[in-house]
Design a protein around this ligand. Structure first.
Ligand code: URA
Length: 211
């Protein structure tokens, strides 16, 4: 089976998942979509209203804004992979409960194992928490770090940017600042060595290391 088939098989399993109660009120599961050979994976929080209806990630307002950000740095949606921490919509877009995140994490784990990306871009605090549970997004946004054998680039959530002009400005700056990285994900280590000198933040003890 090639990666594409493996991801499709996984998506079919996700569509019938009952590991947590979220499936009960959801319309469709949203496994994620994009290239099975993606070098960059974007991880959001969970499906919202439109994602739940269509079964596709980031297709509502936040998704349109994410598309705009991707275009700004020369990325096409079909060359990356986009998914979420939880695959069914939490009712009324509430935060996912810890038990729901844990129940769903095996799916994300398997998706990442198949794709094996060079860079994981976390969108918002839920996906950041998976890699650096004690890091504050306001401290680490836009700054690549390495943990669990992978490069993680934390970004503010596009929906948060739509609610705050300041966050929007920061998110756009963070995307642009990392555009070389987005064009050359294979060169992650080489490119980030230089940025370390430009005043990087430190992660809390034991929460991965900056390049
Ligand atoms: N917000 C998310 O976190 N994920 C989506 O798929 C859509 C909106």
């Amino acid at each position: 089976m090639d990666n594409r088939d493996k991801l499709s098989t996984l998506a079919r399993q996700i569509q019938i998942c009952k590991k947590c109660p979220l499936y009960k009120e959801a319309t469709k599961a949203v496994p994620g979509e994009g290239s099975s050979e993606a070098k960059i994976v974007f991880i959001g929080e969970g499906p919202g209203f439109y994602e739940d209806v269509q079964g596709k990630p980031f297709v509502g307002n936040a998704g349109k804004y994410l598309d705009f950000l991707l275009t700004k740095v020369g990325l096409k949606r079909d060359e990356v992979f986009i998914t979420n921490v939880v695959k069914h919509r939490p009712p009324e877009n509430r935060d996912p409960a810890t038990a729901e995140v844990i129940a769903c994490s095996a799916w994300l784990e398997q998706q990442l194992a198949i794709i094996s990306p060079k860079i994981i871009v976390t969108l918002g605090r839920w996906s950041l928490a998976r890699y650096a549970p004690r890091a504050k997004i306001s401290d680490v946004h836009g700054k690549l770090f390495r943990t669990q054998g992978v490069a993680v680039l934390p970004m503010y959530h596009p929906a948060a940017a739509l609610r705050s002009g300041q966050t929007q400005k920061q998110l756009e700056e963070d995307f642009l600042k990392n555009s070389d990285l987005f064009s050359n994900p294979e060169k992650t280590e080489e490119l980030t060595k230089n940025t370390l000198e430009n005043g990087q933040v430190s992660l809390p003890e034991g929460q991965g290391s900056l390049f």
